[in-house]
Design a protein around this ligand. Sequence first.
Ligand SMILES: C[S@@+](CC[C@H](N)C(=O)[O-])C[C@H]1O[C@@H](n2cnc3c(N)ncnc32)[C@H](O)[C@@H]1O
Length: 237
Amino acid sequence: MTSISKSKNFYEQSYCDKGITAQRKYPNEELCRFIGRRFGDLSHLQKQELKAVEMGCGSGANLWMLAHEGFDTYGVDFSGEALSLCKKTLESYGVGAKLFRTDMKQTSFDHNYFSICVDVFSSNCLDTNQGEQFISEVYRILKRGGTFFSYFPSKCSDAFQEHLPSKLIDQNTLNGIYRKSSPFYCQPYSFRFLYPEEYISLLEKSGFNVTYSELISRTYRSREETFSWCVIECQKK
Ligand SMILES: C[S@@+](CC[C@H](N)C(=O)[O-])C[C@H]1O[C@@H](n2cnc3c(N)ncnc32)[C@H](O)[C@@H]1O
């Protein structure tokens, strides 16, 4: 089984078993900060002119907020079950978005189509080669000056530093999270981490100008485990 079909099967099953509780219900805080920071001054009408896509939108916890803010909103996920849940989430908030069932590293959107592309804890399911393809795809579908926001696992996390019995399948990617005390234990698919400097270098090599880069850390299991996230914002040159 390929690594993509492994993660696809995992997510499909997880959404079937747990329904809306499989993922978060409310939007990611760093995404909210990004929207406030960059688009907070725009009117609803001005935001309607901006096409925004979330890659790996899952059950719509971020997407409903983007649609509610007024963006012309699109969601991509390879799980049909996720998109059914996402449709219900959007309906429950009285908003709409265009949903596409496809692999995030190879979409059928036109070149230069979006003003905003968002990745919240999704492209980490791709290994290093696939991750590079994904960044090229994001570059392709963004307009010049368009912004990519990403919330991505950092290698500073204990989950990466002390990953055994998980194994590295390339320099950045574990074959899953198999240490029982780790956050996200039991995720049996490719799970990629990057240091912020590595992520910045990948983005710059792909033609982006990185305009914001922070490291967010939080503890899990009553402060026993620290998990860190790269929060990155960049623009297509
Ligand atoms: C951890 S969930 C995050 C969902 C959402 N971004 C959120 O913050 O609530 C990761 C999502 O990415 C999707 N996903 C993973 N790999 C994908 C791929 N190659 N193409 C499309 N969707 C993918 C999964 O189906 C899942 O819904």
